[in-house]
Design a protein around this ligand. Sequence first.
Ligand code: 13P
Ligand code: SF4
Length: 324
Amino acid sequence: MTRDIASTSAGSASLSQEELFRRINALKKEMNALVLAHYYTVPEIQQVADIVGDSLALARAAEKTNADVIVFAGVYFMAETAKILNPEKLVLMPDDRAGCPLADSCPEEEFRRFKAEHPDALVITYINSTAEIKALTDITCTSSNAEEIIRQIPENRQIIFGPDRNLGAYLAKKLGREMILWQGCCYVHDDFSEANILEACREHPDAELIAHPECRQEVLRHASFIGSTKALLDYTVTSSAETFLVATEPGILYEMQKRSPLKTFLSAPKEPGNPRTLCTQMKQNTLEKLYHCMLDRKPEILVDEALRLASLGSIQRMLEMSPA
Ligand code: 13P
Ligand code: SF4
């Protein structure tokens, strides 16, 4: 690293975006670091990242990388998953207080009791869960591969699915199989209301409504396409529609617009005055914090080794059951 790149984090508060890009890129080389960013992060984080993806693509990238350092601009469970897969690597987060209310909606002890009530059921949980929940899980999944994974489970096997009740209900209906659902959710998708969505559809009659399966059933039933963040993105490229009403976290609009510059993307509205439109946790990843975490090599994500080993199997099973 050339010494004109600050060797301490002091005095960098007013660096321009360009200068931060330059320093982050230099640190990437010096540290042999891979910067991963979720589609819900702010555009400048997506611009500087090596890989931008949904939770499945980022877990796969973390599994495959030869980098010495993984810098995860996402929320805590994502960086934790990267560490579980890479105990020998340094895993950093720009802000390790970026949690996930969906993961928090499934406390370990309550889930353990829930599981004990259905001792014969196979446990499938969404990657948006803590390492403790993954340790109680047979197979982890994401919204991109949940369907593919559940289809591989024999029809007569009972399934517990958690923590997202909306994704669980959507899958149960789509696959025509009953599942025992944990009743968790996240405000980012759960707050979309049918009335507001229908009003927006009336205002924009030419727009195609597309939605993430974490939205409620009464919203999903009006969507012409339902899919994970990545599936929604791919759909906007191939669909002949020119305007889309997008019922998911608005961060993805940046990549949608980049891939289809001539199309129009509208964020589906929430109740007037509802400030809970954004995944505020993802937005805690700023360029400044990204730079500082690389420079200071902290905050580092650590996972207790016994917990890591207990949770690793469910993630590995997911990766085996849905090869890239
Ligand atoms: P994806 O699996 O589509 O990346 O979704 C992650 C997420 O947290 C949605 O709320
Ligand atoms: Fe978690 Fe909700 Fe953000 Fe998804 S949108 S990462 S579920 S807080």
